[in-house]
Design a protein around this ligand. Structure first.
Ligand SMILES: O=C1O[C@H](COP(=O)(O)O)[C@@H](O)[C@H](O)[C@H]1O
Length: 324
């Protein structure tokens, strides 16, 4: 129902331009393994040559029984590259298996951290025509407003790659937060019916191929804030709030059952202001523990991966350990 609107709003999508990319020198393979209480998994601390990274990543995923992992990067550039690689690999696997890739984006710092997807090789190798885009949360403001998560993604990502405009599912910004949430859930229901979005095999929830989350210093993910009653929402797929502690106050958000039904969830966090929240969520400590939204992200059957820079990882029990 928003597709026509979305098509207009997205505007002309630039086709990627042919660019001569300089071949990057292959770098040293130095895996570092760190054991966290909840994530007995991996840290990829150096920039792996792509084929090795893919193989290593798969091997480590396999080694991790509950599909959870923490990846810590010394340099932001490495995090950006590995995040792009991770998304590209999931896209390829999903297109191979289902013919489409249903991805839900957050706003905030995430979009710029995904920036490498707009560059070679990903700009050319990703099957953009098979992508269906959704928002995990959205601020109920006009689509051209500086606070709009849609605008952020459009300017920083969607306008730079050949996404099909009718595959971009943004909220209706002309109605109240309550109606926008209701309408957005309706759209998602239609796409679950046609299997553009897969369905959970243990509930009737949508099963997104990938949900990308950021994290606030207070531990919020999407627009799920600590101690807010919507953390308890079990029935709705998309809900709304008009009292967000972080402006703007009116927002819609996926609920925890939807986030936890995804095939893959990644939480991408940078900066020391979030180190305490990262520590609470991953090390399972802190007074806010029971209602810290980030801690409540526990995909039932899907994989959960944290992408952290060293500042965000600095308060982890194991510390942010890097190879020499
Ligand atoms: O308000 C929001 O904040 C979170 C975190 O944003 P960040 O800029 O600190 O990364 C974001 O994930 C969410 O989508 C957004 O609406």
């Amino acid at each position: 129902m928003f597709e026509d609107e979305t098509v207009e709003d997205v505007g002309p999508i630039d086709l990627w331009e042919e660019e001569e990319e300089e071949a990057e020198p292959e770098k040293l393979l130095i895996p570092i393994f760190i054991s966290f209480k909840k994530f007995p998994f991996l840290c990829l601390t150096h920039h792996f040559p792509s084929p090795f990274r893919a193989v290593l990543s798969m091997a480590l995923s396999g080694a991790n029984k509950d599909g959870r992992g923490v990846r810590i990067y010394e340099y932001l550039d490495e995090l950006n590259t590995d995040l792009a690689e991770y998304i590209a690999e999931l896209s390829e696997a999903s297109v191979k298996e289902r013919g489409v890739f249903a991805i839900a984006l957050s706003g905030g710092s995430l979009i710029s951290l995904m920036g490498k997807l707009c560059e070679a090789p990903y700009s050319k190798t990703v099957d953009w025509a098979k992508w269906y885009i959704f928002w995990v949360d959205e601020r109920v403001v006009a689509k051209n407003h500086a606070d709009s998560n849609y605008k952020l993604a459009k300017d920083g990502l969607l306008s730079k790659v050949p996404i099909v405009p009718s595959h971009v599912h943004s909220i209706n910004d002309m109605v109240s937060a309550e109606k926008a949430a209701e309408d957005y859930e309706f759209v998602i229901r239609q796409l679950v019916r046609t299997r553009v979005i897969s369905v959970s095999d243990i509930s009737d929830c949508p099963k997104f191929d990938l949900i990308l989350l950021g994290l606030g210093p207070d531990g919020h993910v999407a627009s799920l804030f600590p101690n807010h009653s919507i953390l308890e929402e079990k029935e709705e797929w998309v809900t709304f709030l008009t009292d967000s502690p972080k402006p703007p106050p009116e927002r819609i958000t996926f609920t925890l059952p939807v986030i936890n039904s995804a095939s893959n969830v990644a939480i991408v966090v940078t900066g020391s202001s979030k180190a305490e929240a990262v520590h609470s969520a991953i090390d399972d400590v802190g007074p806010d523990c029971p209602t810290l939204p980030a801690k409540m992200v526990q995909p039932t059957k899907g994989n959960l991966v944290w992408f952290l820079d060293k500042a965000a990882a600095s308060k982890l029990d194991g510390g942010a350990k890097f190879s020499e």
